[in-house]
Write a new protein. Structure first.
Length: 171
């Protein structure tokens, strides 16, 4: 009789373990989106309109990712600034971005840039960093010709779609 109780208890524990493991496998990754930085190399850099446009990208991308079912992790602006050794540092150093994401419980960190080489077009750029591997998991580029808000929204949607494909393939 006692052996049967132990066997039943072991069966229940095994089922619970399998459920917890399955939940971990099926859970969507936790993503932190850092503030996008502006790299404006035009003759009139850092105009208020470009600064405003750049600041609008992070919330748009977070909204797209949230609608896709991802859990977002918030990293305070001061922590991001503290980890940055200068403009472009986190964009170029996936390991440091990963360490920052790890402090806040993220599985992935997205570092973005609005690169404006001309008045006629700009590039939305994003790096997806795998926190556990401390390595780049994806690089995304979307060219936007013109400055209309709907074109920026399309660019953000395009990047979010590419990120979703990368994360889907990683499962």
């Amino acid at each position: 009789m006692r052996g049967k109780k132990v066997a039943n208890l072991c069966s229940v524990m095994l089922i619970l373990f399998m459920c917890l493991t399955l939940e971990d496998v099926l859970a969507e990754p936790r993503i932190a989106v850092l503030d996008f930085e502006l790299k404006d190399v035009t003759l009139a850099p850092r105009s208020p309109a470009e600064i405003s446009r750049t600041a609008s990208i992070k919330p748009m991308l977070e909204n797209e990712l949230r609608q896709s079912g991802y859990e977002l992790v918030s990293i305070p602006e001061d922590a991001q600034l503290q980890a940055t050794a200068g403009v472009g540092y986190l964009f170029d150093h996936a390991d440091v971005a990963a360490q920052l994401g790890d402090k806040y419980g993220a599985d992935y960190v997205i570092i973005g840039r609005l690169h404006k080489p001309s008045f006629l077009f700009f590039y939305l750029m994003a790096h997806l960093v795998d926190v556990k591997k401390e390595a780049l998991a994806g690089e995304y580029l979307y060219e936007v010709k013109g400055g209309e808000k709907k074109l920026v929204v399309q660019g953000v949607e395009g990047i979010a779609e590419k990120i979703t494909k990368t994360l889907g393939a990683a499962k």
